[in-house]
Ligand binder design. Sequence first.
Ligand code: ADP
Length: 621
Amino acid sequence: MGTDLTSKISFIQKYSNIKRVVGYVNKMEKGYFAIASVMTLIDVVISFMALILSAQVLNMISDKKETSEIIKLVFIFLTVYLVLNVLSAYCQKHVETKRQAIVKKWNYMITNKMMDMDYSLAESPFVGELKGRIQKDLNWGAGINDILWQCSGMISDVLYIIGAVIINIPILYQIISRGNTLGIIMIVIVYIVSVLLVKLQIKKLEKYQHRFLDEPYEAEEQAKRYGLTWEMATEQLYEYKNGKDIRIYDGYELFDEYTYGRMERYTRHYTHQTGKMAATAESMGDGIKSFMYASGYVVVGVITFSSQIPVGSIVQYAGAMQNMFSGIVNLSWNFWELAISARKHLSTLELIELRDEMYKGKLPVEKRSDNEYEIEFEHVYFKYPGGKDYALKDLSLKIKIGEKMAVVGMNGSGKTTMIKLLCKLYEPTQGRILLNGVDIKKFDADEYRTLFSVVFQNFKLFSMELGENVAGSEQYDNEKVKECLEKAGFTIDEEKMNKGLNTCLYKNYDNDGVEISGGEAQKIAIARALYKDAPFILLDEPTASLDPLAENEIYAKFDSIVGTKTAIYISHRLSSCKFCNDIVVFHHGSIIQRGSHEELLEDVHGKYYEMWNAQAQYYQK
Ligand code: ADP
Protein backbone atom coordinates (compact mmCIF):
# COMPACT_ATOMS: atom_id res chain seq x y z
CA MET A 1 0.00 0.00 0.00
CA GLY A 2 1.34 3.44 -0.86
CA THR A 3 1.50 6.29 1.59
CA ASP A 4 -1.96 7.73 2.18
CA LEU A 5 -1.20 11.13 0.69
CA THR A 6 -4.45 12.88 1.38
CA SER A 7 -5.44 11.88 4.91
CA LYS A 8 -5.67 14.92 7.18
CA ILE A 9 -2.49 16.14 8.78
CA SER A 10 -1.96 19.37 10.68
CA PHE A 11 -0.35 22.49 9.27
CA ILE A 12 2.63 21.96 11.61
CA GLN A 13 3.04 18.40 10.33
CA LYS A 14 2.88 19.62 6.72
CA TYR A 15 5.45 22.28 7.49
CA SER A 16 7.79 19.83 9.20
CA ASN A 17 7.54 17.35 6.28
CA ILE A 18 8.45 20.15 3.86
CA LYS A 19 11.32 21.23 6.09
CA ARG A 20 12.65 17.67 6.22
CA VAL A 21 12.67 17.15 2.44
CA VAL A 22 13.93 20.67 1.68
CA GLY A 23 16.68 20.12 4.28
CA TYR A 24 17.99 17.15 2.28
CA VAL A 25 17.93 19.14 -0.97
CA ASN A 26 19.69 22.05 0.66
CA LYS A 27 22.51 19.83 1.89
CA MET A 28 22.96 18.39 -1.61
CA GLU A 29 23.56 21.68 -3.43
CA LYS A 30 24.39 24.53 -1.14
CA GLY A 31 23.25 27.88 -2.51
CA TYR A 32 20.50 26.49 -4.74
CA PHE A 33 17.71 28.22 -2.84
CA ALA A 34 19.71 31.46 -2.49
CA ILE A 35 20.34 31.78 -6.22
CA ALA A 36 16.80 30.62 -7.06
CA SER A 37 15.50 33.39 -4.75
CA VAL A 38 17.68 36.03 -6.43
CA MET A 39 16.41 34.92 -9.83
CA THR A 40 12.80 35.00 -8.65
CA LEU A 41 13.32 38.47 -7.15
CA ILE A 42 14.63 39.76 -10.49
CA ASP A 43 11.67 38.21 -12.33
CA VAL A 44 9.21 39.78 -9.89
CA VAL A 45 10.88 43.20 -10.28
CA ILE A 46 10.71 42.82 -14.08
CA SER A 47 7.03 42.06 -13.93
CA PHE A 48 6.27 45.05 -11.64
CA MET A 49 8.37 47.30 -13.90
CA ALA A 50 6.04 46.54 -16.80
CA LEU A 51 3.10 47.58 -14.60
CA ILE A 52 4.80 50.79 -13.43
CA LEU A 53 5.95 51.72 -16.94
CA SER A 54 2.49 51.40 -18.49
CA ALA A 55 1.04 53.46 -15.60
CA GLN A 56 3.66 56.19 -15.99
CA VAL A 57 3.20 56.34 -19.79
CA LEU A 58 -0.59 56.63 -19.34
CA ASN A 59 -0.09 59.44 -16.80
CA MET A 60 2.30 61.31 -19.11
CA ILE A 61 -0.13 61.04 -22.01
CA SER A 62 -3.01 62.34 -19.92
CA ASP A 63 -0.73 65.14 -18.61
CA LYS A 64 0.08 65.94 -22.28
CA LYS A 65 3.84 65.54 -21.71
CA GLU A 66 6.32 65.88 -24.61
CA THR A 67 6.75 62.72 -26.72
CA SER A 68 10.54 62.99 -26.25
CA GLU A 69 10.05 62.78 -22.48
CA ILE A 70 7.91 59.66 -22.86
CA ILE A 71 10.50 58.09 -25.17
CA LYS A 72 13.24 58.93 -22.66
CA LEU A 73 11.31 57.19 -19.86
CA VAL A 74 10.59 54.14 -22.02
CA PHE A 75 14.28 54.02 -23.00
CA ILE A 76 15.44 54.10 -19.36
CA PHE A 77 12.94 51.40 -18.43
CA LEU A 78 13.93 49.22 -21.38
CA THR A 79 17.63 49.55 -20.49
CA VAL A 80 17.00 48.49 -16.88
CA TYR A 81 14.67 45.78 -18.16
CA LEU A 82 17.39 44.47 -20.47
CA VAL A 83 20.03 44.44 -17.72
CA LEU A 84 17.68 42.64 -15.35
CA ASN A 85 16.83 40.08 -18.03
CA VAL A 86 20.52 39.38 -18.63
CA LEU A 87 20.99 38.96 -14.86
CA SER A 88 17.97 36.68 -14.71
CA ALA A 89 19.32 34.54 -17.56
CA TYR A 90 22.67 34.34 -15.77
CA CYS A 91 20.96 33.15 -12.58
CA GLN A 92 18.80 30.78 -14.59
CA LYS A 93 21.91 29.06 -15.93
CA HIS A 94 23.17 28.42 -12.39
CA VAL A 95 19.76 27.43 -11.07
CA GLU A 96 19.35 24.94 -13.90
CA THR A 97 22.82 23.45 -13.40
CA LYS A 98 22.21 23.08 -9.70
CA ARG A 99 18.72 21.68 -10.29
CA GLN A 100 20.09 18.98 -12.57
CA ALA A 101 22.82 18.19 -10.03
CA ILE A 102 20.18 17.83 -7.29
CA VAL A 103 18.08 15.43 -9.41
CA LYS A 104 21.18 13.31 -10.13
CA LYS A 105 22.34 13.34 -6.51
CA TRP A 106 18.83 12.49 -5.28
CA ASN A 107 18.60 9.44 -7.57
CA TYR A 108 22.16 8.46 -6.75
CA MET A 109 21.37 8.73 -3.04
CA ILE A 110 18.63 6.07 -3.46
CA THR A 111 20.67 3.62 -5.57
CA ASN A 112 23.70 4.16 -3.36
CA LYS A 113 21.66 3.37 -0.27
CA MET A 114 20.42 0.14 -1.87
CA MET A 115 24.01 -0.92 -2.54
CA ASP A 116 25.34 0.28 0.77
CA MET A 117 22.79 -1.12 3.21
CA ASP A 118 23.20 -4.49 4.89
CA TYR A 119 22.47 -7.18 2.32
CA SER A 120 20.11 -8.79 4.81
CA LEU A 121 18.13 -5.54 4.85
CA ALA A 122 18.20 -5.12 1.06
CA GLU A 123 16.85 -8.66 0.70
CA SER A 124 14.19 -8.26 3.37
CA PRO A 125 10.47 -8.19 2.47
CA PHE A 126 10.23 -4.86 4.32
CA VAL A 127 12.65 -3.12 1.92
CA GLY A 128 10.90 -4.81 -1.01
CA GLU A 129 7.60 -3.36 0.17
CA LEU A 130 9.19 0.04 0.80
CA LYS A 131 10.65 0.14 -2.73
CA GLY A 132 7.17 -0.57 -4.09
CA ARG A 133 5.75 2.22 -1.95
CA ILE A 134 8.37 4.71 -3.21
CA GLN A 135 7.59 3.80 -6.78
CA LYS A 136 3.89 4.31 -6.21
CA ASP A 137 4.29 7.54 -4.25
CA LEU A 138 6.39 9.07 -6.99
CA ASN A 139 4.29 7.70 -9.80
CA TRP A 140 2.39 10.88 -10.59
CA GLY A 141 4.81 13.75 -10.70
CA ALA A 142 8.28 14.92 -11.54
CA GLY A 143 9.95 13.58 -8.39
CA ILE A 144 12.29 15.94 -6.58
CA ASN A 145 11.79 18.51 -9.38
CA ASP A 146 8.29 19.09 -7.98
CA ILE A 147 9.78 20.18 -4.66
CA LEU A 148 12.21 22.55 -6.37
CA TRP A 149 9.61 24.14 -8.63
CA GLN A 150 7.03 24.48 -5.87
CA CYS A 151 9.58 26.08 -3.53
CA SER A 152 10.45 28.60 -6.25
CA GLY A 153 6.71 29.19 -6.69
CA MET A 154 6.32 29.97 -2.99
CA ILE A 155 9.32 32.33 -2.95
CA SER A 156 7.81 34.08 -5.95
CA ASP A 157 4.39 34.38 -4.23
CA VAL A 158 5.93 35.96 -1.13
CA LEU A 159 7.94 38.41 -3.23
CA TYR A 160 4.83 39.33 -5.26
CA ILE A 161 2.93 40.09 -2.05
CA ILE A 162 5.81 42.22 -0.69
CA GLY A 163 6.19 44.07 -4.03
CA ALA A 164 2.46 44.67 -4.29
CA VAL A 165 2.27 46.04 -0.74
CA ILE A 166 5.22 48.38 -1.46
CA ILE A 167 3.58 49.72 -4.64
CA ASN A 168 0.27 50.07 -2.83
CA ILE A 169 1.73 52.03 0.10
CA PRO A 170 0.11 55.33 -1.11
CA ILE A 171 -3.30 53.66 -1.39
CA LEU A 172 -2.97 51.83 1.91
CA TYR A 173 -1.78 55.08 3.52
CA GLN A 174 -4.86 56.86 2.14
CA ILE A 175 -7.16 54.19 3.53
CA ILE A 176 -5.62 54.38 6.99
CA SER A 177 -5.05 58.16 7.22
CA ARG A 178 -8.54 59.01 5.96
CA GLY A 179 -10.17 56.27 8.00
CA ASN A 180 -11.69 54.83 4.82
CA THR A 181 -13.84 52.15 6.45
CA LEU A 182 -15.35 51.03 3.14
CA GLY A 183 -11.85 50.39 1.72
CA ILE A 184 -10.80 48.44 4.80
CA ILE A 185 -14.05 46.41 4.78
CA MET A 186 -13.64 45.64 1.07
CA ILE A 187 -10.06 44.43 1.42
CA VAL A 188 -11.05 42.28 4.43
CA ILE A 189 -14.06 40.87 2.53
CA VAL A 190 -11.96 40.01 -0.55
CA TYR A 191 -9.44 38.24 1.67
CA ILE A 192 -12.12 36.32 3.58
CA VAL A 193 -13.99 35.33 0.42
CA SER A 194 -10.80 34.26 -1.34
CA VAL A 195 -9.56 32.24 1.64
CA LEU A 196 -12.96 30.51 1.86
CA LEU A 197 -12.99 29.83 -1.88
CA VAL A 198 -9.45 28.46 -1.80
CA LYS A 199 -10.33 26.26 1.18
CA LEU A 200 -13.33 24.92 -0.69
CA GLN A 201 -11.30 24.33 -3.81
CA ILE A 202 -8.51 22.57 -1.91
CA LYS A 203 -11.14 20.35 -0.30
CA LYS A 204 -12.35 19.42 -3.77
CA LEU A 205 -8.79 18.90 -4.96
CA GLU A 206 -8.06 16.69 -1.96
CA LYS A 207 -11.10 14.59 -2.70
CA TYR A 208 -9.94 14.32 -6.28
CA GLN A 209 -6.41 13.48 -5.18
CA HIS A 210 -7.74 10.79 -2.87
CA ARG A 211 -9.65 9.24 -5.74
CA PHE A 212 -6.77 9.63 -8.11
CA LEU A 213 -3.86 8.65 -5.86
CA ASP A 214 -5.02 6.61 -2.91
CA GLU A 215 -7.96 4.61 -4.17
CA PRO A 216 -6.02 3.03 -7.03
CA TYR A 217 -3.67 1.64 -4.34
CA GLU A 218 -6.64 0.19 -2.53
CA ALA A 219 -7.93 -1.24 -5.78
CA GLU A 220 -4.54 -2.67 -6.50
CA GLU A 221 -4.41 -4.21 -3.04
CA GLN A 222 -7.72 -5.86 -3.82
CA ALA A 223 -6.42 -7.07 -7.17
CA LYS A 224 -3.33 -8.47 -5.45
CA ARG A 225 -5.49 -10.94 -3.60
CA TYR A 226 -6.26 -12.46 -6.95
CA GLY A 227 -2.64 -12.67 -8.04
CA LEU A 228 -0.48 -10.21 -9.92
CA THR A 229 -0.91 -6.46 -9.85
CA TRP A 230 -0.76 -4.20 -12.86
CA GLU A 231 2.75 -3.16 -11.96
CA MET A 232 4.06 -6.68 -11.51
CA ALA A 233 2.50 -7.71 -14.81
CA THR A 234 3.87 -4.77 -16.80
CA GLU A 235 7.32 -5.31 -15.30
CA GLN A 236 7.28 -8.81 -16.77
CA LEU A 237 6.06 -7.53 -20.10
CA TYR A 238 8.91 -5.00 -20.31
CA GLU A 239 11.53 -7.69 -19.78
CA TYR A 240 12.41 -8.75 -23.32
CA LYS A 241 13.70 -12.11 -22.10
CA ASN A 242 10.12 -13.08 -21.26
CA GLY A 243 9.08 -12.36 -24.83
CA LYS A 244 9.77 -15.86 -26.14
CA ASP A 245 7.42 -17.60 -23.72
CA ILE A 246 4.77 -14.91 -23.99
CA ARG A 247 4.73 -15.37 -27.76
CA ILE A 248 4.76 -19.16 -27.71
CA TYR A 249 2.13 -19.54 -25.03
CA ASP A 250 -0.07 -16.74 -26.26
CA GLY A 251 0.65 -14.83 -23.07
CA TYR A 252 -0.74 -11.56 -24.42
CA GLU A 253 -4.28 -12.35 -23.44
CA LEU A 254 -3.28 -13.44 -19.98
CA PHE A 255 -1.17 -10.33 -19.42
CA ASP A 256 -3.85 -8.16 -20.95
CA GLU A 257 -6.25 -9.50 -18.38
CA TYR A 258 -3.79 -8.75 -15.58
CA THR A 259 -2.76 -5.33 -16.83
CA TYR A 260 -6.03 -3.88 -18.05
CA GLY A 261 -8.90 -6.25 -17.49
CA ARG A 262 -8.44 -6.91 -13.80
CA MET A 263 -7.39 -3.39 -12.85
CA GLU A 264 -10.17 -1.95 -14.96
CA ARG A 265 -12.76 -3.98 -13.05
CA TYR A 266 -11.44 -2.76 -9.72
CA THR A 267 -10.97 0.84 -10.72
CA ARG A 268 -13.99 1.38 -12.97
CA HIS A 269 -16.08 2.74 -10.15
CA TYR A 270 -13.90 5.79 -9.71
CA THR A 271 -12.19 6.44 -13.05
CA HIS A 272 -15.25 8.00 -14.68
CA GLN A 273 -15.68 10.32 -11.69
CA THR A 274 -12.12 11.60 -11.53
CA GLY A 275 -12.35 13.53 -14.80
CA LYS A 276 -15.45 15.35 -13.57
CA MET A 277 -13.82 16.14 -10.24
CA ALA A 278 -10.66 17.45 -11.89
CA ALA A 279 -12.69 19.71 -14.16
CA THR A 280 -14.71 21.11 -11.22
CA ALA A 281 -11.61 21.86 -9.16
CA GLU A 282 -9.87 23.46 -12.12
CA SER A 283 -12.78 25.69 -13.08
CA MET A 284 -13.07 26.76 -9.43
CA GLY A 285 -9.42 27.83 -9.65
CA ASP A 286 -10.16 29.86 -12.79
CA GLY A 287 -13.15 31.41 -11.03
CA ILE A 288 -11.03 32.42 -8.05
CA LYS A 289 -8.45 34.05 -10.34
CA SER A 290 -11.14 36.07 -12.14
CA PHE A 291 -12.57 37.12 -8.77
CA MET A 292 -9.10 38.36 -7.70
CA TYR A 293 -8.69 40.40 -10.90
CA ALA A 294 -12.11 41.97 -10.68
CA SER A 295 -11.65 42.69 -6.96
CA GLY A 296 -8.38 44.51 -7.61
CA TYR A 297 -10.14 47.01 -9.90
CA VAL A 298 -13.27 47.31 -7.75
CA VAL A 299 -11.34 47.94 -4.50
CA VAL A 300 -8.96 50.49 -6.05
CA GLY A 301 -11.86 52.10 -7.97
CA VAL A 302 -13.95 52.54 -4.81
CA ILE A 303 -11.00 53.82 -2.74
CA THR A 304 -9.87 56.34 -5.36
CA PHE A 305 -13.40 57.29 -6.50
CA SER A 306 -13.45 60.84 -5.20
CA SER A 307 -9.71 61.52 -5.19
CA GLN A 308 -7.67 63.16 -7.89
CA ILE A 309 -5.48 60.17 -8.70
CA PRO A 310 -4.31 60.03 -12.33
CA VAL A 311 -5.74 57.23 -14.47
CA GLY A 312 -2.32 55.62 -15.02
CA SER A 313 -1.73 55.32 -11.29
CA ILE A 314 -5.13 53.70 -10.89
CA VAL A 315 -4.03 51.02 -13.40
CA GLN A 316 -0.83 50.57 -11.39
CA TYR A 317 -2.60 50.35 -8.01
CA ALA A 318 -5.26 48.02 -9.37
CA GLY A 319 -2.56 45.73 -10.83
CA ALA A 320 -0.65 45.73 -7.55
CA MET A 321 -3.87 45.12 -5.60
CA GLN A 322 -4.59 42.11 -7.84
CA ASN A 323 -1.08 40.84 -7.10
CA MET A 324 -1.66 41.35 -3.39
CA PHE A 325 -4.84 39.27 -3.49
CA SER A 326 -3.66 36.59 -5.90
CA GLY A 327 -0.31 36.30 -4.07
CA ILE A 328 -2.12 34.97 -1.00
CA VAL A 329 -4.21 32.58 -3.09
CA ASN A 330 -1.17 31.31 -5.01
CA LEU A 331 0.72 30.93 -1.75
CA SER A 332 -2.05 28.73 -0.34
CA TRP A 333 -2.15 26.61 -3.51
CA ASN A 334 1.61 26.24 -3.66
CA PHE A 335 1.87 25.38 0.02
CA TRP A 336 -0.80 22.73 -0.38
CA GLU A 337 0.93 21.23 -3.41
CA LEU A 338 4.34 21.39 -1.77
CA ALA A 339 2.95 19.64 1.31
CA ILE A 340 1.66 16.80 -0.89
CA SER A 341 4.97 16.56 -2.77
CA ALA A 342 6.89 16.48 0.50
CA ARG A 343 4.64 13.67 1.73
CA LYS A 344 5.29 11.75 -1.47
CA HIS A 345 9.00 11.88 -0.69
CA LEU A 346 8.66 10.61 2.88
CA SER A 347 8.85 6.97 1.78
CA THR A 348 12.14 7.76 0.01
CA LEU A 349 13.49 9.34 3.19
CA GLU A 350 12.31 6.30 5.14
CA LEU A 351 14.57 4.18 2.91
CA ILE A 352 17.49 6.60 3.12
CA GLU A 353 17.27 6.76 6.89
CA LEU A 354 17.08 2.99 7.40
CA ARG A 355 19.72 1.95 9.86
CA ASP A 356 21.93 -1.04 9.27
CA GLU A 357 21.72 -3.63 11.97
CA MET A 358 24.91 -5.53 11.39
CA TYR A 359 27.90 -4.69 13.52
CA LYS A 360 30.16 -2.37 11.52
CA GLY A 361 33.62 -3.80 12.01
CA LYS A 362 36.63 -1.63 11.24
CA LEU A 363 39.45 -4.11 11.67
CA PRO A 364 41.60 -4.50 8.53
CA VAL A 365 42.13 -8.07 7.33
CA GLU A 366 45.64 -9.30 7.75
CA LYS A 367 47.15 -9.60 4.26
CA ARG A 368 49.08 -12.85 4.14
CA SER A 369 51.26 -13.71 1.20
CA ASP A 370 51.22 -17.35 2.34
CA ASN A 371 47.38 -17.26 2.36
CA GLU A 372 47.42 -18.98 5.75
CA TYR A 373 43.77 -18.37 6.52
CA GLU A 374 41.54 -20.62 8.59
CA ILE A 375 37.81 -20.30 9.01
CA GLU A 376 35.84 -21.74 11.87
CA PHE A 377 32.07 -21.81 12.46
CA GLU A 378 31.55 -22.04 16.23
CA HIS A 379 28.07 -23.22 17.28
CA VAL A 380 26.41 -20.98 14.71
CA TYR A 381 22.63 -20.55 14.69
CA PHE A 382 20.84 -18.43 12.11
CA LYS A 383 17.27 -17.38 11.56
CA TYR A 384 16.25 -15.17 8.59
CA PRO A 385 14.59 -11.88 9.59
CA GLY A 386 10.93 -12.65 10.15
CA GLY A 387 11.56 -16.39 9.70
CA LYS A 388 10.09 -18.91 12.14
CA ASP A 389 12.67 -21.67 11.96
CA TYR A 390 16.41 -21.67 12.20
CA ALA A 391 18.03 -22.05 8.75
CA LEU A 392 21.24 -23.08 10.53
CA LYS A 393 21.36 -24.91 13.87
CA ASP A 394 24.44 -25.34 16.00
CA LEU A 395 26.79 -25.40 13.04
CA SER A 396 30.40 -26.07 13.95
CA LEU A 397 32.91 -26.43 11.14
CA LYS A 398 36.57 -25.74 10.45
CA ILE A 399 37.99 -25.01 6.99
CA LYS A 400 41.74 -25.00 6.79
CA ILE A 401 43.95 -23.38 4.20
CA GLY A 402 44.29 -25.32 0.97
CA GLU A 403 41.46 -27.68 1.90
CA LYS A 404 38.82 -28.72 -0.53
CA MET A 405 35.46 -29.30 1.04
CA ALA A 406 32.16 -30.34 -0.46
CA VAL A 407 28.84 -29.46 1.13
CA VAL A 408 25.93 -31.62 0.10
CA GLY A 409 22.34 -31.88 1.25
CA MET A 410 18.78 -31.60 0.06
CA ASN A 411 17.39 -28.30 -1.18
CA GLY A 412 16.61 -26.05 1.75
CA SER A 413 19.09 -27.73 4.11
CA GLY A 414 21.04 -24.49 4.69
CA LYS A 415 24.01 -24.80 2.33
CA THR A 416 23.63 -21.37 0.68
CA THR A 417 22.82 -19.77 4.01
CA MET A 418 26.17 -21.02 5.32
CA ILE A 419 27.92 -19.33 2.36
CA LYS A 420 26.00 -16.07 2.90
CA LEU A 421 27.11 -16.01 6.53
CA LEU A 422 30.66 -16.87 5.57
CA CYS A 423 30.72 -13.89 3.17
CA LYS A 424 29.36 -11.59 5.90
CA LEU A 425 26.13 -10.92 3.99
CA TYR A 426 24.31 -11.95 7.16
CA GLU A 427 25.34 -12.15 10.79
CA PRO A 428 24.82 -15.29 12.93
CA THR A 429 21.84 -15.04 15.25
CA GLN A 430 23.96 -16.88 17.78
CA GLY A 431 27.51 -18.23 17.77
CA ARG A 432 30.61 -16.94 15.98
CA ILE A 433 32.50 -17.30 12.74
CA LEU A 434 36.24 -16.88 13.16
CA LEU A 435 38.97 -16.00 10.68
CA ASN A 436 42.32 -17.01 12.12
CA GLY A 437 40.73 -16.88 15.55
CA VAL A 438 39.14 -13.41 15.17
CA ASP A 439 35.35 -12.97 15.04
CA ILE A 440 34.64 -11.91 11.43
CA LYS A 441 32.14 -9.27 12.59
CA LYS A 442 35.13 -7.21 13.73
CA PHE A 443 36.52 -6.97 10.19
CA ASP A 444 35.70 -4.25 7.72
CA ALA A 445 33.12 -5.98 5.49
CA ASP A 446 34.47 -4.77 2.13
CA GLU A 447 37.99 -5.75 3.01
CA TYR A 448 36.93 -9.09 4.41
CA ARG A 449 35.02 -9.93 1.23
CA THR A 450 38.19 -9.54 -0.84
CA LEU A 451 39.13 -12.98 0.55
CA PHE A 452 36.25 -14.69 -1.27
CA SER A 453 35.42 -15.53 -4.83
CA VAL A 454 31.91 -16.95 -5.04
CA VAL A 455 29.91 -18.24 -7.96
CA PHE A 456 26.38 -18.12 -6.62
CA GLN A 457 23.52 -20.36 -7.62
CA ASN A 458 21.66 -17.44 -9.19
CA PHE A 459 24.78 -15.48 -10.15
CA LYS A 460 24.28 -12.41 -12.31
CA LEU A 461 26.34 -11.20 -15.22
CA PHE A 462 25.88 -7.58 -16.14
CA SER A 463 24.90 -5.97 -19.40
CA MET A 464 28.43 -4.63 -19.82
CA GLU A 465 31.51 -5.65 -21.79
CA LEU A 466 32.77 -9.23 -21.48
CA GLY A 467 36.14 -8.09 -20.10
CA GLU A 468 34.47 -5.81 -17.56
CA ASN A 469 32.25 -8.67 -16.44
CA VAL A 470 35.21 -10.93 -15.80
CA ALA A 471 37.36 -8.28 -14.12
CA GLY A 472 34.57 -6.47 -12.29
CA SER A 473 36.24 -3.24 -13.35
CA GLU A 474 36.63 -0.92 -16.33
CA GLN A 475 40.40 -1.23 -16.21
CA TYR A 476 41.69 -4.75 -16.54
CA ASP A 477 44.56 -6.92 -17.59
CA ASN A 478 43.57 -8.29 -21.03
CA GLU A 479 45.88 -11.27 -20.86
CA LYS A 480 44.73 -12.27 -17.38
CA VAL A 481 41.06 -12.03 -18.43
CA LYS A 482 41.71 -14.20 -21.48
CA GLU A 483 43.64 -16.71 -19.39
CA CYS A 484 40.78 -16.98 -16.85
CA LEU A 485 38.21 -17.39 -19.62
CA GLU A 486 40.33 -20.10 -21.15
CA LYS A 487 40.74 -21.91 -17.84
CA ALA A 488 36.98 -21.76 -17.34
CA GLY A 489 36.57 -23.36 -20.77
CA PHE A 490 35.16 -20.29 -22.53
CA THR A 491 36.38 -19.59 -26.04
CA ILE A 492 35.64 -16.25 -27.64
CA ASP A 493 33.76 -16.95 -30.85
CA GLU A 494 35.36 -14.33 -33.13
CA GLU A 495 32.33 -14.24 -35.41
CA LYS A 496 29.79 -13.72 -32.66
CA MET A 497 31.96 -11.60 -30.40
CA ASN A 498 33.82 -9.60 -32.99
CA LYS A 499 34.82 -6.93 -30.49
CA GLY A 500 36.57 -9.54 -28.37
CA LEU A 501 36.66 -8.60 -24.68
CA ASN A 502 34.91 -5.34 -25.56
CA THR A 503 31.80 -7.17 -26.72
CA CYS A 504 28.80 -6.20 -24.65
CA LEU A 505 26.81 -9.02 -23.04
CA TYR A 506 23.06 -8.93 -23.66
CA LYS A 507 21.17 -6.38 -25.68
CA ASN A 508 19.75 -4.23 -22.89
CA TYR A 509 21.99 -1.24 -23.64
CA ASP A 510 23.84 -2.15 -26.81
CA ASN A 511 22.38 -3.17 -30.16
CA ASP A 512 25.58 -5.09 -30.87
CA GLY A 513 25.37 -6.88 -27.53
CA VAL A 514 25.37 -10.68 -27.70
CA GLU A 515 23.02 -13.16 -26.11
CA ILE A 516 24.89 -15.96 -24.38
CA SER A 517 23.73 -19.42 -23.43
CA GLY A 518 23.31 -20.60 -19.83
CA GLY A 519 26.45 -22.74 -20.14
CA GLU A 520 28.48 -19.81 -21.52
CA ALA A 521 27.24 -17.60 -18.71
CA GLN A 522 28.41 -20.16 -16.15
CA LYS A 523 31.86 -20.25 -17.70
CA ILE A 524 32.13 -16.46 -17.65
CA ALA A 525 30.98 -16.42 -14.02
CA ILE A 526 33.66 -18.99 -13.16
CA ALA A 527 36.27 -16.92 -15.04
CA ARG A 528 35.19 -13.92 -12.95
CA ALA A 529 35.78 -15.91 -9.76
CA LEU A 530 39.22 -16.95 -11.00
CA TYR A 531 40.17 -13.40 -12.02
CA LYS A 532 39.52 -12.16 -8.49
CA ASP A 533 42.24 -14.54 -7.36
CA ALA A 534 40.95 -14.68 -3.78
CA PRO A 535 42.29 -17.24 -1.28
CA PHE A 536 38.81 -18.79 -0.82
CA ILE A 537 36.78 -19.92 -3.76
CA LEU A 538 33.20 -21.09 -3.40
CA LEU A 539 30.94 -22.76 -5.96
CA ASP A 540 27.31 -22.68 -4.88
CA GLU A 541 25.57 -24.80 -7.48
CA PRO A 542 25.95 -22.37 -10.38
CA THR A 543 25.38 -25.45 -12.50
CA ALA A 544 21.90 -26.30 -11.25
CA SER A 545 20.45 -26.01 -14.74
CA LEU A 546 22.93 -28.55 -16.17
CA ASP A 547 22.45 -32.30 -16.09
CA PRO A 548 24.25 -34.17 -13.28
CA LEU A 549 27.01 -35.51 -15.53
CA ALA A 550 27.82 -32.10 -16.98
CA GLU A 551 27.85 -30.63 -13.47
CA ASN A 552 30.14 -33.42 -12.36
CA GLU A 553 32.54 -32.57 -15.18
CA ILE A 554 32.60 -28.86 -14.35
CA TYR A 555 33.19 -29.45 -10.64
CA ALA A 556 36.04 -31.88 -11.26
CA LYS A 557 37.60 -29.55 -13.82
CA PHE A 558 37.21 -26.61 -11.47
CA ASP A 559 39.00 -28.55 -8.77
CA SER A 560 42.05 -28.89 -10.98
CA ILE A 561 41.89 -25.16 -11.92
CA VAL A 562 41.81 -23.79 -8.36
CA GLY A 563 45.10 -25.45 -7.47
CA THR A 564 46.16 -24.72 -3.91
CA LYS A 565 43.30 -22.37 -3.03
CA THR A 566 40.80 -23.25 -0.34
CA ALA A 567 37.62 -24.33 -2.08
CA ILE A 568 34.07 -25.18 -1.03
CA TYR A 569 31.80 -26.97 -3.47
CA ILE A 570 28.09 -27.03 -2.87
CA SER A 571 25.58 -29.26 -4.53
CA HIS A 572 22.43 -31.19 -3.86
CA ARG A 573 23.75 -33.76 -6.36
CA LEU A 574 26.12 -36.08 -4.62
CA SER A 575 27.86 -37.23 -7.81
CA SER A 576 29.28 -33.73 -8.38
CA CYS A 577 31.16 -33.77 -5.10
CA LYS A 578 32.23 -37.37 -5.06
CA PHE A 579 35.78 -36.43 -6.02
CA CYS A 580 36.24 -34.47 -2.80
CA ASN A 581 37.84 -36.21 0.16
CA ASP A 582 36.00 -34.09 2.70
CA ILE A 583 32.23 -34.18 2.22
CA VAL A 584 29.93 -32.51 4.73
CA VAL A 585 26.26 -33.51 4.74
CA PHE A 586 23.74 -30.83 5.72
CA HIS A 587 20.25 -31.67 6.88
CA HIS A 588 17.70 -29.22 8.31
CA GLY A 589 20.43 -26.64 8.95
CA SER A 590 22.85 -28.96 10.78
CA ILE A 591 25.79 -31.12 9.82
CA ILE A 592 24.79 -34.72 10.21
CA GLN A 593 27.70 -36.55 8.52
CA ARG A 594 31.24 -35.86 7.37
CA GLY A 595 33.80 -37.97 5.53
CA SER A 596 34.91 -39.16 2.11
CA HIS A 597 32.43 -40.58 -0.40
CA GLU A 598 33.43 -44.14 0.43
CA GLU A 599 33.31 -43.57 4.18
CA LEU A 600 29.90 -41.96 3.99
CA LEU A 601 28.48 -44.77 1.88
CA GLU A 602 29.50 -47.26 4.53
CA ASP A 603 26.81 -45.90 6.84
CA VAL A 604 23.82 -47.56 5.22
CA HIS A 605 21.43 -45.85 7.61
CA GLY A 606 22.88 -42.42 6.94
CA LYS A 607 21.35 -39.61 4.89
CA TYR A 608 24.22 -39.73 2.40
CA TYR A 609 23.54 -43.37 1.59
CA GLU A 610 19.83 -42.65 1.24
CA MET A 611 20.42 -39.68 -1.05
CA TRP A 612 23.03 -41.51 -3.11
CA ASN A 613 20.68 -44.37 -3.80
CA ALA A 614 17.80 -42.03 -4.58
CA GLN A 615 19.94 -40.15 -7.10
CA ALA A 616 21.76 -43.23 -8.46
CA GLN A 617 19.46 -43.60 -11.43
CA TYR A 618 20.97 -40.44 -12.92
CA TYR A 619 24.50 -41.79 -12.85
CA GLN A 620 23.91 -45.25 -14.26
CA LYS A 621 25.44 -44.27 -17.58
P1 ADP B 1 20.05 -24.75 0.34
O1 ADP B 1 21.15 -23.88 -0.16
O2 ADP B 1 20.55 -25.94 1.07
O3 ADP B 1 19.09 -25.15 -0.74
P2 ADP B 1 19.18 -22.41 1.78
O4 ADP B 1 20.35 -22.07 2.59
O5 ADP B 1 18.96 -21.64 0.54
O6 ADP B 1 19.21 -23.97 1.43
O7 ADP B 1 17.86 -22.31 2.67
C1 ADP B 1 17.80 -22.79 4.01
C2 ADP B 1 16.43 -22.39 4.59
O8 ADP B 1 16.34 -20.98 4.70
C3 ADP B 1 15.27 -22.82 3.71
O9 ADP B 1 14.21 -23.23 4.56
C4 ADP B 1 14.87 -21.57 2.97
O10 ADP B 1 13.50 -21.55 2.70
C5 ADP B 1 15.22 -20.47 3.98
N1 ADP B 1 15.62 -19.23 3.31
C6 ADP B 1 16.57 -19.10 2.37
N2 ADP B 1 16.71 -17.81 2.00
C7 ADP B 1 15.80 -17.10 2.72
C8 ADP B 1 15.46 -15.72 2.83
N3 ADP B 1 16.08 -14.78 2.10
N4 ADP B 1 14.50 -15.36 3.70
C9 ADP B 1 13.87 -16.29 4.46
N5 ADP B 1 14.16 -17.60 4.43
C10 ADP B 1 15.11 -18.03 3.57
